[in-house]
Write a protein that binds this ligand. Structure first.
Ligand SMILES: C[S@@+](CC[C@H](N)C(=O)[O-])C[C@H]1O[C@@H](n2cnc3c(N)ncnc32)[C@H](O)[C@@H]1O
Length: 209
C-alpha cells in the first residue's frame, strides 16, 4: 500500500529536500513524518495560511516544505539547538525559498517579543519539546488570528500518551504530560480540536475566538 500511495501523492521535486531527509536520518534528527506532513500542508492550504509560525525547526525541513507548497507563504521558524540551527541555516541558504523563511536561533520563550512583532499569524505549528506544549499554546496562540489554525505533532507519543502508566520508565513522565496536554487541549474553550491518527498523532485546532 505504501508503494501505491507513493505513486499517488504529489510531492515537490526538490533535491534539497532529499539531502535534508538523508542528513536527518543519518544524524538521527526527528523530522515530521510524511503522512503528518501531507495533512499539515493540506490544512495550511485549505485555510489559505500565508503567515506561519513554527516552534522547533530542527534542520529546517518542515519549514522548507511549508514554504515550498505555496509561493505566497512565509514561515518564521525558531530552533534552540545551536548545531541544528546552523545546519538549518546552511540548508535554507541554499534553497530557492530562503526569502520566504525567517530562521531564528534560541528558545522560543526567549523570543516572545520578536515573534509578537510579526503577529498575527494564520497558523502556528508546534513541533518542539513535548513537555512544553501547553506553555507553547498559552504563549503563542494569542499571536494567531481568530479563525487561524494551530497544529501540534507527536500527540500520541508512540501510543504511550494513551496509557502513560504502562510506558517504559524513562518515558512515563513525558507520556503523562502529553496525556494531560491532550485532555487540556480537547477541553480548551477557544480551540476546536481534532486528533488525527497520522504519523505520531497530529492535533489540528481552529481558534474560533
Ligand atoms: C522534532 S524536531 C523539529 C522537526 C522539524 N519541525 C521538522 O519536521 O523538520 C524538534 C526541535 O525543537 C527544538 N526545540 C525544542 N524546544 C524548543 C524551544 N523551546 N524553542 C525552540 N526550539 C525548541 C529541538 O531542539 C528540536 O530540534
Amino acid at each position: 500500500m505504501k508503494a501505491y500511495l507513493d505513486t499517488l501523492q504529489n510531492k515537490p521535486d526538490l533535491s534539497e529536500l532529499e539531502r535534508m531527509r538523508a542528513y536527518a536520518e543519518k544524524a538521527n534528527i526527528p523530522i515530521l513524518e510524511e503522512d503528518s506532513m501531507q495533512l499539515l500542508l493540506q490544512v495550511l492550504t485549505l485555510t489559505a495560511a500565508r503567515h506561519v509560525l513554527e516552534i522547533g525547526s530542527a534542520i529546517g525541513y518542515s519549514a522548507l516544505r511549508m514554504a515550498a507548497s505555496d509561493k505566497g507563504r512565509n514561515v518564521t521558524t525558531i530552533e534552540r539547538d545551536r548545531h541544528r540551527y546552523e545546519q538549518a541555516h546552511l540548508f535554507l541558504a541554499d534553497s530557492c525559498y530562503n526569502r520566504s523563511i525567517t530562521l531564528l536561533y534560541g528558545d522560543a520563550f526567549n523570543h516572545v517579543d520578536t515573534l509578537a512583532e510579526k503577529q498575527p499569524y494564520d497558523a502556528l505549528f508546534i513541533d518542539a519539546a513535548k513537555g512544553h506544549n501547553k506553555a507553547f499554546i498559552e504563549t503563542f496562540t494569542p499571536f494567531v488570528k481568530t479563525g487561524g489554525v494551530i497544529i501540534v505533532d507527536n500527540v500520541f507519543l508512540r501510543g504511550w500518551a494513551a496509557e502513560p502508566d504502562n510506558a517504559p520508565e524513562r518515558l512515563q513522565n513525558i507520556a503523562k504530560k502529553v496525556h494531560d496536554f491532550n485532555q487540556w487541549l480537547r477541553d480548551h474553550p477557544h480551540l476546536d480540536t481534532w486528533f488525527h491518527p497520522v504519523g505520531d498523532g497530529l492535533a489540528v485546532s481552529f481558534k474560533f475566538y
